[in-house]
Design a protein around this ligand. Structure first.
Ligand SMILES: Cc1ncc(COP(=O)(O)O)c(C=O)c1O
Length: 414
C-alpha cells in the first residue's frame, strides 16, 4: 500500500502539472494524494481524514460521496452522453435551466451554460457587449471591476481580475477594456449618512464618468468579494450599484461563481443583498463540482432585446456548454429545499428540528456549518488540517450582517 501511495505521488510529480502551485511545494515528499470523500470530509490515500474546510475550492456544497449524483450522470451517459446546445434543446439542460431560473431573483430567466467560472465571466462580458451592440450602442465595451477581485484566469476574465500577482506577469493584457476601482474594504459611511456617500460607491460612478458612460458596458462585482478577505458589502452598497448602473445605462453583473448555491445561505448571494442584477455568473456549487459546469443567468428582457434586434443572436458559444451529463448534477428538489432552509435555520427551531445535521453538511455558508467548521478546526488544529485552509465560511462569519428575511416576492418585485 505504502509503495502505491508513493508511486502515485512520484508519478504526479513527474507528469501532472498543478495549478497555482510553486514547484518546491509540488516536489515536496509530503505532497498529499487525495483519494475519496464523505460529506464534509476527505481522505488521502494513506487513510488520513481531513475536514474539507474550503469545500474543495468553494465547490462541494452538497458534500462529498453523493452516489445519487454519480448515478444520475451514469444514467445520462448511457442514454445520450452528448449533443450540443447549438440549435438543439435537450431535457437535462432544460430542467437545469428551469431550476436555476426559478431560484434566481427578479426576471433573470435565461440561463446560458458553459464549463467554468472564467468562461461564465467571459460570457457575461461578451453578452454585455453584444446587448449594447444590438441596441446600436457600439462604443460600450469597457467593464469596471474592483481591486483585489478574482474573476478568473483566462485572458478575458483575467483582465477583470484585480489581484496584482495574477495580472502583472501577463500585462499588457490582450484586451484592455477593464478598469478597476476601490473595493469595499474598510469603507464605512459616517453615522446616518446614505450609502451613496461610501467611497467605494463614489469610485464606481467617478470611473464611469471619467471613462465616458457611453463606453462602459458593465460593472462586475461579487456580492461578498472573496479576494482581499471575504469583503461583506456595507449596507445599501448593492442598491447604489443598481442605481448607478441604471443611471448610466450600464449592465450590473453579480459574479456569483462562489457566492451562489447556498454559500451565503441563499441560492444566490444577490437574494441576500436584495438586489436584481442584470446578470449572475455561477459555477462550482451549481453541480457541487460533481461535473465542471458554469453559466450566466440573464434578465429575460435583455435576451429578448438581442433576439428582436437586427443582430438576432448572442454571438457566442462553446462545444461543451449545456453538456447533458454535466447538467444532470444540478440540485434535485430535496437539495433545493435544504439550500432554501439555510437562512431560516439561524432563528427557526422548527426548521432546525427538520434538518438538524444534514443542512450543516449541505450548505457551507449556513450558520450550523460555520459553527461546525469553527469547532472542528479549533479542536483539531493540527498540521494536517492547516493544509486545507480555513475556508470562507469561518472568515465571513464575524462580519456578516443579519440575513434579511427571504422575500417570497423576490421574483415578483421587479
Ligand atoms: C468570483 C469568481 N469568479 C470567477 C472564478 C473563476 O472560476 P474558474 O476557476 O472555474 O474558472 C472564480 C474562481 O474561484 C471566482 O471565485
Amino acid at each position: 500500500m505504502r509503495g502505491l501511495v508513493n508511486e502515485t505521488r512520484a508519478k504526479a510529480q513527474a507528469h501532472l502539472m498543478p495549478h497555482f502551485t510553486k514547484g518546491a511545494a509540488w516536489r515536496d515528499d509530503k505532497l498529499l494524494v487525495m483519494e475519496r470523500g464523505e460529506g464534509c470530509y476527505v481522505f488521502d490515500n494513506e487513510g488520513t481524514k481531513y475536514l474539507d474546510g474550503l469545500s474543495g475550492l468553494f465547490c462541494t456544497n452538497l458534500g462529498h460521496g453523493r452516489t445519487d449524483l454519480s448515478a444520475a450522470a451514469l444514467k445520462q451517459m448511457d442514454t445520450l452522453a452528448f449533443y450540443p446546445t447549438w440549435g438543439f434543446a435537450n431535457e437535462p439542460a432544460t430542467a437545469a435551466a428551469t431550476m436555476i431560473a426559478e431560484e434566481a431573483p427578479g426576471d433573470l430567466d435565461e440561463v446560458f451554460f458553459v464549463s467554468s467560472g472564467s468562461e461564465a465571466v467571459e460570457s457575461a462580458m461578451k453578452f454585455a457587449r453584444n446587448y449594447h451592440l444590438s441596441q446600436g450602442d457600439d462604443q460600450r465595451y469597457k467593464v469596471i471591476a474592483r481591486d483585489w477581485a478574482y474573476h478568473g484566469t483566462t485572458l478575458g476574465a483575467l483582465a477583470a481580475t484585480g489581484i496584482p500577482k495574477f495580472r502583472e506577469p501577463f500585462e499588457p493584457m490582450l484586451w484592455d477594456g477593464a478598469r478597476h476601482v476601490r473595493n469595499t474594504h474598510g469603507d464605512v459611511v459616517p453615522d446616518g449618512a446614505p450609502a451613496s456617500e461610501l467611497e467605494s460607491v463614489k469610485a464606481i460612478e467617478a470611473m464611469i464618468i471619467a471613462e465616458g458612460p457611453e463606453t462602459v458596458a458593465a460593472v462586475f462585482a461579487e456580492p461578498v468579494q472573496n479576494g482581499r478577505g471575504a469583503l461583506v458589502p456595507p449596507q445599501g452598497y448593492w442598491q447604489e450599484l443598481r442605481r448607478i448602473c441604471d443611471t448610466y445605462g450600464v449592465l450590473l453583473v453579480a459574479d456569483e461563481v462562489i457566492n451562489s448555491f447556498g454559500r451565503l445561505g441563499h441560492f444566490f448571494g444577490s437574494l441576500r443583498y436584495d438586489v436584481v442584477p442584470d446578470m449572475i455568473t455561477f459555477a462550482k456549487g451549481v453541480t457541487s463540482a460533481y461535473q465542471p459546469l458554469g453559466g450566466v443567468v440573464i434578465r429575460k428582457p435583455l435576451v429578448e432585446a438581442v433576439w428582436d434586434s437586427p443582430m438576432g443572436a448572442y454571438v457566442h458559444g462553446s462545444t461543451f456548454g449545456g453538456h447533458r451529463s454535466r447538467v444532470r448534477h444540478h440540485p434535485g428538489d430535496a437539495d433545493r429545499r435544504r439550500v432554501r432552509t439555510c437562512a431560516p435555520l439561524r432563528g427557526s427551531s422548527e426548521s432546525r428540528a427538520r434538518e438538524p445535521r444534514r443542512t450543516a453538511q449541505l450548505c457551507p455558508g449556513s450558520p450550523r456549518h460555520r459553527l461546525l467548521l469553527r469547532n472542528r478546526v479549533h479542536a483539531r488544529s493540527c498540521e494536517r488540517h492547516r493544509h486545507l485552509r480555513g475556508g470562507c465560511c469561518s472568515v465571513t462569519e464575524r462580519s456578516a450582517p443579519r440575513i434579511p428575511p427571504r422575500r417570497s416576492t423576490a421574483r415578483a418585485s421587479r
